[in-house]
Every structure is written in C-alpha cells, then in structure tokens.
Ligand binder design. Structure first.
Ligand code: BF8
Ligand code: SF4
Length: 631
C-alpha cells in the first residue's frame, strides 16, 4: 500500500528509509496481521479473569466470555469505553480553559485577557449570566464557575447543551434519556456500566455511549466558546501549509497538541526572543509552525503555518530542521524523542502528559510568559546543535485560507444580506446551487494511504455541489493539498457551488471564490459547524435531523473521532467513516449504529472505505433529506 499521497510526506519517507529510521508506517507493518479478535471488537479485558475472546464465526470457539457475556455486549462495551475516552479528552481540554479563565478572573494569570468582548457578552447572555453592574473579572469568574459546574452531576441539563441545540433535538435527547447529568459524571457512568457485572444489554450500553457523546459535544462547545473569549474568535486569515514551511535560516519551533492555552503565549513571546535567535546564527529569527490541532488553533488566529498533522508528525523531525516541538496533550506520538540521529528538543509541558526521553517544562498559567520564554530559549539552544548535513526540507508549500469560524462565515454571508445573513445560504440550498453541506473531520489513519480518501472524497462531493466545511486533521489534509484556496474551487467545485463561493469570495474582496473547503477550526471546533446547522434548522423551524447536512471522518483514527462521529449521529446527521471501527463482531451493534439509530435520532453511521461509494451514499442521504423538506 502507498503510504501517503502528500508530496512532503513522500519526500521524507524516502529520507527515513535511506537513513534506516522507523516511522509509524514501519511500526504498523510490524504489527501485521493485526489480531482478528481485537479488530472485530470481540476481545474483553474488563476483569482479571480475562482476557476473553469470542469466536467471530460462531462455529467451534467460545460464544460467551467467562462471566457469561455475549459478543454483542463485549462489542458494545468496547465501543462505549472508546467514546468515553474521547469524551474525557475533549472535556479535560474544556475544563483546562475554564480553569484558565477562573485564574484570569482572580488576577492569577497576568498573561491572559478577554480578547473577544463581543463573544464574551454573547456567551454570557446565552448561558444566562446577568451582566449589569459587574466587572469583567467578576463576569469571567462567574462564567468559569458555571463552566466548571457542567462537569459534575446536576439535576438540570448542561447549560452548554440546552442553549445550543434545537428545541426538537433537546426533546429527542430527553425522551431517549440521552441528557448527561454532567460532563465528567457521564464518562464515569460509562466506565461503571461497562465493568464486569453491570450493564449486559448491548442496546442499553449503546444508548449510554450516545449519551456520553452528547456530553462530548457539550464539552467541545464549551471549549470553543472559552477559547474564542480568551484568544479571539477566528477571522479569515491567509496562511501556509506543508513541511516546506520550515526554514533553513530560522529556529523552527512547532507547537503541537490541542490546547491553545500555552501556544497562544508562545506566539506572543516569540518576537521577544528574535534577537537571541539571530545571535545564535538564525538570521530569520524564530519560525513558529503548527502540528495537529494546537497548530490549527494558532493558524486560524494568527496565520501561523501548519507544518503537518498527526500521522506525519515524526516526519517533521526527519527534515533535520525542526529545533523543538512543544507539546501539550493528545495525538502526540511517544516515539518523538526517539527519532534517531536528530537534534529536535521535545518539550512536554503538562503534568498529565510527560513522555520518556522528552524534556519537561511544567506549564502554569501563573507564569505563562516566563515558561514560554524558557521553552523558546531551549529551542534556540537546540538550534545550535542542528546538523546542516542532515537538513532536507521538502520544497512543498501550499497557501491556505483559515479562520472561517461560524461568526466569520456569517459575516461573509452578511455581505450579501446584512439584515438576514443566513437567508442567502438557505436560498442557495433551496435552489440547489448548494445541494447540501458536508463536514469533514477526523484524523489520518495509518491503515489507509495518508490523505487519499480525504482528497478523493472531497473532490467527488464538491463536484456534486456540496458545500464543504472542515476541521482538525481534515483541514490539515486539505491545506496540504492546496484545497483551502480559490484555485481549488475553480478546478473542482460543481457549477452551482462555484457560483455561490465566487459571489461570496468576491463580496469579501478575495478577488475570486472562497476556498473549496472552509477551514472551520480544530477538532474541538466541530461544534462550530454544528452551530451553523442549528442556526439553519432554527430559522427553517425544523430539526437538525431534517437538514441536507452530513458528516464524514474518512480517515478516522482516534477515540475522539469516534466520540465526535457519535454526537454527529445524535444531532441527526448521516455520518460516514472510512475506517471500519472494531464493531463487526456484533451484527446487532452494527445494525443499531447504521440502521436503528436513524429511527431514533435521524442520524446514523455509514461505514464505507471506498471514496466513490462513500460519496454516492452521502449524496443519497442528502437527496433523501431534500425530498423530506420538499426541495
Ligand atoms: O483532535 S483529527 S488525529 S489531531 S483526534 Fe488527533 Fe484526529 Fe488529528 Fe486533533 Ni482530532
Ligand atoms: Fe471475560 Fe467477562 Fe471478565 Fe470480560 S468481564 S474479561 S468477558 S470474564
């Protein structure tokens, strides 16, 4: 199998091979064939009597685990725990931001501020905090406390859920018992109900998993709100992508992981260390670049280039030009400090995410600026150890327009209709210029050729006049392939879509169409896309499950992608995955996810590894919804 279609990845994979360096692709091959029990979800290790395995063919091997549990329950439990893992990750990210805001409100985080007052007020009003007569720190303190209260069990539904979905959706969640008591407690509940001797009804476990995913949505919405308030709501910004953004004459520092709390301060401090970098022999100073979602956070707020994403993170080191990678948490390969023969300083910063072989500099909001300067100085020291003979930066750079948050999309639409910005979008959906909307999300997965499914699928859908939004590694992938540009719209969009994107792009002064895919943010920002869908549904007086809106994670890899896919289904969206999750050992679980969910929620999973077939299934799903709406 081809490893990647990305030219920068291909360049560096050849270098890695020539130097005898193993990467994630080699380690994947060393794992083959992967265990069939694990692949089908039929292995259980939830108690010390196990591991237990069920015969996937139901012929000669065991049909039950030692405790008597069947295949359906084992598969449902495994999936539920994965969704809880993803939810815990997003929720911890959100909670971290709430703590930062609380510290700011108490005057304990001097490097932070309320950078978007308009959004601050909008969120305060939405969550019901009275503003009159209160100072900014008092309001920030109340907001942070309300956010923190979302995590533990309460009688009231989470505020960030009930104020952000349609009334109809909330009613569906209430009817089906899918409203989480709290964002942490719902994760704990999944852990409890999936341990030995608790929930042994596969459908009930799956409903618990969906409830957990609704908690995931809630935490993600909260995270995006707080990030925007503290660091600014993204606005359209031109940036660049690919590993060619690394510079030979600069100290190259990658910010990597997910949470902007540290990377924002690094961006603010980099200028102050420029002289130090120049004195060390780097005439261009410090070149900050991004990897994974932390990278996308600073890309969409500051135009910092995105060097690469999760699957190809090791390749950034193999350029020989990356002097330091500063990591926070999630999707960071433990292999980074062990890429042999390279000088890159891997700097961990979070107490819960240390990596053997890395240098740990603990991050605390109280001394954020100081920590950022310490980290950058360490990067400059590492630069002095760089071996020019080992440097090979792939000559691949693409432009990418980022920063299309829901707010900025509405602002662009307002150029066509200032009084009612959503109306032009709705008109174009109704007249068929825009056949539907597809959100591209999720990771690259080593099991499939990097970026191939993303690129093939987006071209099919755009040609069918489907408006594309993208987040996370999907946005990273499109950026790497020049798809976040006007030129891509000219080349690949169907005529109706092209006309709309051109009208909008020209109104926005781009001198050409908006990009083929609208970069809506990092992974936690998938809720930005959900908020657009909710706004359209509210305006039309329908539910999100009736809209011609679909989602896809063609190259999903992480537990977080499973959680997001599951809440997209809960919101009522047909949701495609291109990598088969470990559920095929239970026909019942497969049926619930791909069929029964549709009756209950409107949304359902489509599992399809072939891009063309996936495109036609998504187009069909959109067609069905258009017919339902009579358009
Ligand atoms: O949260 S898309 S590989 S980087 S999990 Fe990770 Fe997947 Fe990328 Fe961002 Ni999201
Ligand atoms: Fe085996 Fe049951 Fe224990 Fe799982 S919970 S390891 S199936 S005995």
């Amino acid at each position: 199998m081809e490893r990647s279609i990305s030219l920068d990845s291909i360049h560096l994979l050849e270098k890695a091979k020539a130097e005898g360096i193993d990467t994630v692709w080699d380690r994947f091959e060393a794992q083959l064939p992967q265990c069939g029990f694990g692949e089908t979800g039929l292995c259980c290790r939830h108690c010390l009597q196990g591991p237990c395995r069920i015969d996937p063919f139901g012929v000669t091997g065991p049909k039950f685990g030692i405790c008597g549990v069947n295949a359906d329950v084992i598969v449902a439990r495994g999936l539920a725990r994965s969704i809880a893992g993803g939810t815990a990750s997003h929720s911890a990210h959100a909670k971290h931001l709430a703590h930062t805001m609380l510290k700011f409100s108490r005057g304990q985080a001097p490097d932070y501020a309320i950078q978007d007052e308009e959004k601050f007020f909008k969120v305060l009003d939405r969550v019901g905090i009275e503003r009159d007569g209160k100072t900014t720190p008092e309001l920030a303190g109340e907001l942070a406390q309300l956010a923190l209260d979302e995590f533990s069990e309460r009688e009231e539904p989470p505020v960030w859920l009930k104020t952000t979905v349609t009334e109809g959706r909330m009613a569906v969640f209430e009817k089906l018992g899918l409203v989480p008591d709290g964002l942490d407690s719902v994760v704990a509940e999944v852990m409890h109900r999936t341990t030995n001797g608790v929930d042994a009804d596969a459908v009930n476990i799956l409903l618990g998993a969906i409830k957990c995913a609704v908690g995931d949505y809630t935490g993600m919405f909260l995270a995006t709100d707080l990030s925007d308030i503290l660091f600014g709501t993204p606005k359209p910004v031109m940036a660049q992508a690919n590993l060619g953004v690394l510079k030979e004459n600069a100290v190259n520092v990658a910010v990597h992981g997910h949470n902007p709390v540290l990377s924002e301060i690094i961006v603010a401090q980099a200028e102050f260390l420029k002289e130090e970098a120049v004195a060390a022999g780097a005439p261009e100073g410090i070149n900050l670049v991004g990897i994974c979602c932390t990278g996308l956070e600073v890309m969409m707020r500051h135009g910092i280039p995105s060097a690469t994403n999760s699957l190809s993170q090791e390749l950034a080191i193999i350029t020989g030009a990356l002097d330091a990678a500063v990591v926070d948490y999630q999707c960071i390969m433990p292999s980074l400090p062990f890429v042999n023969g390279y000088h890159t300083e891997i700097i961990t910063t979070m107490p819960i995410a240390k990596i053997t072989g890395a240098t740990h500099i603990e991050f605390k909001e109280e001394r954020a600026g100081e920590t950022a300067r310490e980290i950058l100085s360490l990067a400059i020291e590492a630069f002095k150890r760089r071996d020019p003979a080992k440097v090979s930066i792939p000559p691949v750079v693409n432009d990418a327009l980022a920063g299309l948050s829901a707010e900025s999309i509405l602002q662009v639409l307002a150029l066509l209709n200032p009084d009612d910005p959503l109306q032009p979008l709705i008109d174009n959906i109704v007249n068929g210029n825009i056949f539907g909307i597809c959100l591209f999300a999720g990771c690259n997965d080593v099991k499939i050729t990097q970026d191939k499914m993303f690129v093939d699928l987006v071209k099919e859908l755009a040609a069918a006049n489907i408006l594309i939004l993208c987040t996370g590694c999907a946005a990273g992938s499109f950026a790497r392939h020049g798809l976040l540009t006007s030129a891509a719209t000219e080349e690949f969009a169907g005529p109706g879509l092209k006309a709309v994107l051109t009208a909008l792009g020209e109104a926005a002064g781009l001198g050409g169409p908006l990009p083929l895919a609208l970069h809506t943010g990092s992974c936690v920002d998938n809720t930005r896309a959900a908020s657009i869908a909710t706004a359209i549904a509210n305006k039309l007086g329908v539910d999100t499950s009736q809209l011609p809106v679909v989602a896809t994670a063609p190259e999903a890899a992480m537990e977080k992608a499973l959680s997001i896919g599951t809440w997209a289904v809960a919101m009522g969206l047909p949701t495609h995955v291109g990598v088969v999750p470990p559920v095929t050992g239970s026909p019942l679980v497969v049926k619930v996810l791909t069929e029964t969910a549709k009756d209950l929620l409107g949304g359902y999973f489509i599992v399809e590894p072939d891009a063309k077939a996936a495109a036609s299934k998504l187009v069909e799903a959109i067609k069905e919804r258009r017919q339902g709406l009579g358009i």
